[in-house]
Design a binder for this molecule. Structure first.
Ligand code: BCO
Length: 565
């Protein structure tokens, strides 16, 4: 049997721990991936050993607070034994087997981290979802993924109950709540009696580890699948390159549990470096609570969407004395130079932007030690060769606008997503010649800095969320007032851009009060699909611009919104 926290070294003779140098060499393609890799066994359990030998400062691995007095602090050792118990819950009473897909729709509670690590230990495929998902979204995700198990908190139970009869593959429903519920297995009860003895499975490096649902211009969200090594080695290294973490650091990454940014900032990148992951379970985002948290806890590193910083710089930040904050990062949407400058002027701290995607991770970033050019998203991040290309896949010279693309090596970079599950056409559509195309337009300057211009398609990036117009239009058309609609991005000083719907009304609603009808439609969308997608702006129009074949010209409406001709 393989000793915990070790893997078979290249020379096949000795068991050796995977060192950071190994990670980097793999990333630079100077050595091949190990045949087997498991982040829980090969990284987390190593930190647990280091705690015992005093090679890591006395810093929790996870520090969770809820702002109402509750607090959880786990060392790597505790995280190890608790996640082994959680692994036994998933395997035994839940009856799950390696490779099964598990939909995990939980708010920021400690159990999310336990179940995440338990999935690593057991080789289950972790599929996180935001708690903003509605019954319709959950139905789609469970059916598309053929998930065997859904893990939720009590607020998500009614949505799952309403659709579970339509999910033939769903065998187990696990509830994380102090209260039990008929028809649901209770995580808390099973966890109490579960054994802490569990041997981490030897997952293959390329074995599926996680699936993220990601929106595009057309159709329902795609399932971007990641392997054990793409997240556990590739994405984990951002802890070194971009987040610049040490084991004495405490990082607060604000992202919701449903997004890849939570995997980067609150799991892989932070724990690769042995840093402490700080979590504040805020029921609702609130700038005062946010700032109080930074003044109360010794957080050294902060990572948040630009929208959060835009909201924060509205406050008088000089009034706050942050306890230990020294490194601030941002990503998920473009950061405007004014906010970077205001943040620096008020706090004395730089703001390091990272630009990336669920599918391929961080592509460019402003990293410590590099000059920051305000408005730029920095330089290419290892191991990517980032270029600006034209529609034929030709590399464009500095200063020319084109599509941001990643040059492919002889093999697909191991840190890439493996595929869009069951969607070979969309997987293939990401490749143009020798490049992976991001769908984002940008410019590179002669110093190698990248500047974001906008999406090449109709996807809307609002408050760090990637929103597919089709999903919002599909929700709107369910309302009897809507004959048809076109959904585009519209500029917004706080959220960067927001969702705007142009709506053609049906005859009975043409004389309705526009303000009341706007609220009704917004409320309808919030109930139909995840509320973050709702159109914050609505305009009623007699007709929509269309091509001669009848296709709605979203670009005309978008250009009008952004004042472009
Ligand atoms: O603003 P409103 O109040 O009108 O609407 C809000 C909520 O109130 C509402 N809502 C939420 N749950 C609801 C509900 N309405 C009805 N029923 C419910 N159950 O829906 C709207 C949601 O908007 P929000 O999520 O933007 O809320 P909020 O409070 O304004 O939060 C602001 C941010 C900035 C904290 C939030 O937008 C945020 O967390 N943004 C970051 C997203 C993110 O992490 N993106 C990263 C993705 S990964 C990536 O980019 C790859 C990089 C490698």
């Amino acid at each position: 049997a393989r000793p915990t926290g070790r893997y078979l070294h290249k020379d096949h003779q000795l068991w050796a721990p995977l060192t950071l140098a190994d990670f980097e060499a793999i990333n630079r393609c100077e050595r091949s991936l190990p045949k087997n890799f498991n982040f829980a066994g090969d990284v987390l359990d190593q930190w647990s050993q280091k705690e015992k030998t005093g090679e890591r400062p006395a810093n929790p691995a996870l520090w969770w607070v809820n702002g109402k007095g509750a607090e959880v602090k786990w060392s790597f050792e505790e995280l190890g034994s608790l996640s082994r118990k959680a692994a036994n819950v998933l395997i035994k009473p839940c009856g799950l087997k390696r490779g099964d897909r598990v939909a995990v729709i939980l708010p920021r509670i400690p159990e999310w981290w336990l179940i995440n690590v338990a999935c690593m230990r057991t080789g289950l495929v972790f599929m996180p979802g935001t708690t903003q998902l509605t019954a319709k979204d959950i139905l789609y995700q469970l059916r598309a993924s053929k998930a065997k198990c859904v893990v939720v908190s009590e607020e998500v139970v009614p949505a799952v109950e309403s659709i579970m009869s339509e999910c033939p593959d769903l065998a187990t429903k696990l509830l994380v709540s102090p209260q039990s519920q008929n028809g649901w297995l209770s995580f808390q009860e099973l966890f109490q009696s579960a054994s802490a003895e569990h041997s981490c499975v030897e997952t293959g490096s390329q074995e599926p580890m996680a699936i993220y649902f990601t929106s595009g211009t057309t159709g329902a969200p795609k399932m971007a699948q990641h392997s054990q090594s793409s997240l556990g080695i590739g994405y984990a290294l951002y802890g070194r390159y971009w987040l610049d973490l040490k084991s004495s650091d405490i990082i607060w990454n604000m992202s919701d549990t449903g997004w890849i940014k939570a995997a980067i900032g609150s799991v892989f990148s932070s724990w690769l470096q042995g840093a402490c992951v700080f979590v504040h379970r805020m029921a609702q985002f609130d700038t005062d609570t946010f700032l109080d948290t930074l003044t109360t806890y010794p957080i050294t590193t902060l990572c948040s969407a630009p929208t959060v910083y835009r909201m924060l710089v509205q406050k008088d930040l000089k009034r706050y004395k942050f306890k230990k904050l020294q490194h601030c990062l941002t990503g998920g949407e473009p950061l405007n130079p004014e906010v970077l400058e205001q943040w620096k002027a008020q706090t004395g701290l730089e703001l390091y932007e990272g630009y990336g995607q669920t599918e391929v991770g961080i592509i460019c970033a402003n990293q410590k030690g590099q000059e920051i050019k305000p408005g730029s998203m920095g330089k290419a991040v290892q191991p990517y060769d980032v270029q600006i290309i034209d529609e034929n896949g030709n590399v464009l010279p500095p200063g020319k606008e084109g599509e941001i693309a990643l040059r492919l090596q002889t093999t697909r970079p191991f840190c890439f997503f493996s595929e869009y599950v069951d969607n070979p056409e969309k997987t293939a559509a990401t490749i143009r010649g020798n490049f992976y195309v991001t769908g984002d337009r940008g410019v590179m300057d002669s110093d190698g800095y990248f500047w974001f211009v906008g999406r090449a398609d109709d996807v809307i990036i609002s408050s760090g969320y990637r929103i597919g117009p089709f999903e919002v239009e599909s929700a709107l058309i369910e309302h009897p007032a809507v004959v048809e609609s076109a959904v585009v991005s519209s500029p917004d000083p706080i959220r960067g851009e927001v969702v705007k719907a142009f709506v053609v009304l049906s005859a009975p609603f043409k004389s309705s009060n526009p303000e009341k009808l706007t609220l009704e439609l917004q409320d309808h969308v919030k109930k139909s699909t995840a509320p973050y997608k709702y159109p914050r702006k609505v305009e009623f129009v007699p007709e929509l611009p269309k091509t001669i074949t009848g296709k709605i010209k979203r670009n005309v409406l978008r250009d009008h919104e952004w004042g472009r001709t």
